[in-house]
Design a protein around this ligand. Sequence first.
Ligand code: NAD
Ligand code: 0WE
Length: 261
Amino acid sequence: MGLLSGKRALIVGVASKLSIAAGISEAFYQQGAELAFTYQNEKLKSRVEEFAKGWGSELTFPCDVASDEEIEAVFTELGKHWDGIDIIVHSVGYAPAHELNGNYVEVTTREGFRTAHEISSYSFVALAKAGRSMLRENGSLLTLTYLGAEKVLHNYNVMGLAKASLEANVRYMAASLGEEGIRVNGISAGPIRTLAASGIKSFRRMLSENAKRAPLRRNVTIDEVGNSAAFLCSDMASGITGEILYVDGGFNVTAMGPIED
Ligand code: NAD
Ligand code: 0WE
């Protein structure tokens, strides 16, 4: 019996086989969960449908999280197939590319700030709001965050603020939904080469520096994030809510790595 057998999960944020949401979907599938997916736009529709098939699912719905109507429609449509839902995974983050390169004070704009916070943080509570009436007792919500929420990471810029907001969102949502038996947690993942990382300047260098400083002396994989996500969303984690779990090879506990000479 899988950790998640009998559970139904909606996964938001699959864009490619490299997506963290794809690692989570694979782990959930292995653990016996029944899955449904959203895709951001028509360009991603057929790709997400193919992935869904591979994970035994025919349920895919359009959802640009910038739209309240599209978020509402996901649950209206899902409600025609499922009478309830146990898990929502939010694996979405976005800021305009030009704000993730250069001096923070110089490159940050009102519009970029608004977009980053809306897409990367507000959308998490928006999904909870729209999905609330379908969420079953012992349900669980999960999001993906990054260390840039707490510490300055060169070029992460306005995304750091959006992730700080997202992590506070995890705590407030946990308090809000706790009386209904619903848990809300985040995973702070180490850097991983995904589509969202592919546009980032010097990402290769960052990965190698990260691996050197991390206690495990390597980077983490989407499979490792997926397995931790399966645990957090399972009844094995029934006492954990409002928490940020680091899946980063221990990077966050260090201040300086070994010096090479
Ligand atoms: P990814 O590009 O595979 O996934 C990002 C997803 O966000 C895509 O599926 C994209 O369609 C979706 N998205 C963006 N704007 C959207 C919108 N308006 N509406 C709906 N969906 C939208 O990259 P990823 O690295 O798997 O990112 C997933 C999450 O993990 C993000 O929150 C990211 O910040 C976080 N994260 C990534 C890393 C990393 O190094 N890759 C590390 C820690 C946390
Ligand atoms: O959260 C992220 C990625 C966030 C992200 C990436 C992009 C690239 C494409 C948000 N918005 C966009 N917008 C785009 O147009 N990560 C944790 C990965 C990441 O991104 C960085 C990092 C790391 C690590 C950006 C700068 C510095 C480090």
